[in-house]
Design a protein around this ligand. Structure first.
Ligand code: ASP
Length: 590
């Protein structure tokens, strides 16, 4: 295999006994025991034990006794069957009896242990990311990411997609998230923006006749960060021509199934579909976690009102009274119920209280609002929920949207408490028919819920002229896995007039629309094909496949919560000379 090694540290087995081999790697651990010294030598492939015998080779053994953790070694020796085998590791039946040892490089003692259960805190591991990446689990995340990218390319290639690179230095547009900008030296006072997504370029590629495009591409959004957000992230970005929504859903259901099969050896069944309206009504979220059911049941529907007129003001005055049925939770103690009440009353969740009703073993129902509701009423509730003996009904009341949101949080909390959110179980869902527009109270205008190029449903287009803009539905879809939005896309507008109308609805003047998106509208005058697409959040998809919550572990060199790379210490100030060249006025120290 070359000068430095004949084998990796992960591949030798008992059947190799008797061979003379050369291995290279890092010192994981050294143990000095009387007449022997053992080194665990590690590379990306595994760990192999190297044995040094004081009696038979004193000089070499003395040398080995000076080796520190993470020294880089090249060792040649004889593969031998081990006396005490370690069956936990693949190479655990053999060891190498060292004949020569070369120190390829010394190493300072690392600031944390390079082991599965490391003693390093988050900040330290981020600062020394290259050392953290030596840990098998962290490195394996990158290997998983590689596999996912490889299988994505292989699938899309088999479906005739062409990978095309689009530019990174583009133009700032006010719609969407905040842009990262780059000053242009050659164009004083002007700035490029880094793409939030290649959206307009992929649409132009459809006008150009590429037919099926994809790109595994970096995107940039200057937003506040959370565990599942990074300022630069990667998308699997796709677009297809001469397709309708159904074609896109089928194609990318195919991609997701292919990834589950090839990467996780998991046969994903047909992915169910739900409208946005149903997702909100039954789960209080546009990304319901469908690993478990616990669907919402409304108790004050106009056709079946089970709560009004009994004197309980909280329910009588509420826009919505809605609950879930927690199976086998009737035995929850007072303390557990208080915990749940405190949970929903937290300011982030904002419910004012929690009403509960226990379905007893004998089928009778006992509730926290017995004062107002007789047994017959409570039985009617239990029926509405399809509750069984030992179930617990948890009910919230208040304004519709807020209450649904709060119950969504409670549903997820109960799901977690009941162990229904297993990371090794996967449940995919298409959410369809999103609203086209979303009203922003602060700015007193509508924004595109997806982006301004998303097409309204043909049957709702007339509402853009005459009706309630908030009720126009879009041909837009999201893919949700385990309650995480992993992808989203839409059928695009490909008609200049409709696109113009959309910009108008979004409050653009004709001049603004022309100056910002003229290139796209002009292109639409040269024969744009019907087209549609989708983009998947690649980092998120990888973290889901890896069974982790944070996307950071699946990015080789991530940023921290303040958007900093603490390893290279960026962003940083730049020299005055650079600033001048970029025509940026120089700060004066006060
Ligand atoms: N460009 C969109 C996004 O980044 C996805 C799409 O519509 O294809 O969300």
């Amino acid at each position: 295999m070359g000068k430095y090694r004949s084998n990796t540290c992960g591949e030798l087995r008992l059947s190799d006994a008797g061979k003379v081999v050369t291995l290279s790697g890092w010192v994981q651990k050294r143990r000095d025991l009387g007449g022997m010294t053992f080194i665990d030598l590690r590379d990306r492939n595994g760990i192999t034990q190297i044995a040094f015998n004081l009696e038979t080779n004193a000089t070499l053994c003395e040398q080995a006794r000076k080796l520190g953790r993470e020294f880089v070694l090249q060792v040649t020796g004889l593969v031998k069957e081990r006396e005490s085998k370690n069956l936990v590791i693949a190479t655990g039946e053999i060891e190498i009896e060292a004949q020569t040892l070369e120190i390829l490089n010394e190493a300072k003692t690392p600031p944390f242990t390079i082991e599965e259960n490391t003693d390093g805190g988050d900040d330290l591991r981020m600062k020394f990311r290259y050392l953290d990446l030596r840990r098998t689990s962290v490195r394996n995340n990158l290997v998983l990411r590689h596999q996912m990218a490889k299988e994505t390319r292989s699938f899309l290639d088999s479906q005739d997609f062409t990978e095309v690179e689009t530019p990174v230095l583009i133009k700032s547009t006010p719609e969407g998230a905040r842009d990262f900008v780059v000053p242009s030296r050659m164009n004083p006072g002007q700035f490029y923006a880094l793409p939030q997504s290649p959206q307009t370029f992929k649409q132009l590629l459809m006008v150009a006749g590429l037919d099926r495009y994809y790109q595994i591409v970096k995107c940039f959004r200057d937003e506040d960060l959370r565990a599942d957000r990074q300022p630069e992230f990667t998308q699997i970005d796709c677009e297809m021509s001469f397709v309708e929504q159904e074609d896109v859903l089928n194609m990318f259901e195919g991609l997701v199934k292919h990834l589950f099969k090839t990467v996780k050896n998991f046969d994903m069944q047909t992915i169910p579909r739900m409208t946005y309206a149903d997702a909100m009504k039954f789960y209080g979220s546009d990304k319901p976690d469908t690993r478990f059911d616990l669907r919402f049941v409304e108790l004050n529907e106009s056709t079946n009102n089970l709560i009004s007129g009994k004197g309980f003001k909280v329910f009588d005055e509420a826009e919505l009274v809605v609950g879930i049925c927690a199976p086998n939770c009737a035995s929850y103690t007072r303390k557990q119920l208080d915990e749940l009440t405190d949970f929903v009353k937290r300011p982030q969740i904002g419910a004012t209280g929690l009403v509960y009703a226990r379905v007893n073993e004998d089928g009778t129902v006992k509730s926290s609002v017995d004062k107002f509701y007789d047994e017959a009423s409570l039985q009617a509730w239990a029926n509405a929920f399809g509750a069984k003996p030992n179930d617990l009904l948890l009910i919230l009341a208040g304004p519709k949207d807020k209450t649904r949101k709060a119950l969504n949080e409670l549903r997820l909390e109960i799901g977690s408490r009941l162990g229904l959110r297993d990371k090794n179980q996967f449940s995919c869902l298409w959410v369809l028919d999103f609203p086209l527009l979303e009203f922003n109270e602060e700015e007193n205008r509508y924004f595109a819920m997806h982006h301004p190029f998303t097409s309204p449903k043909p049957e709702d287009i007339h509402l853009l002229e005459t009706g309630d803009l908030g009720s126009v539905r879009a041909n837009a879809y999201d893919m949700v896995i385990n309650g995480v939005e992993v992808g989203g896309g839409s059928v695009r507008i490909f008609n200049k007039q409709l696109q113009g109308r959309m910009f108008e609805v979004l409050g653009f003047t004709e001049e603004q629309a022309q100056s910002q998106f003229g290139f796209l509208m002009n292109a639409f005058e040269y024969g744009a094909p019907p087209h549609a697409g989708i983009a998947f959040g690649f980092d998120r998809l990888c973290s889901l496949f890896g069974g982790a919550d944070s996307i950071r572990d699946f990015i080789a060199f991530p940023k921290n919560n303040s958007g900093r790379d603490v390893m290279i210490d960026g962003p940083s100030e730049i020299e005055e000379k650079q600033l001048k060249e970029l025509h940026i006025s120089v700060r004066t120290e006060s």
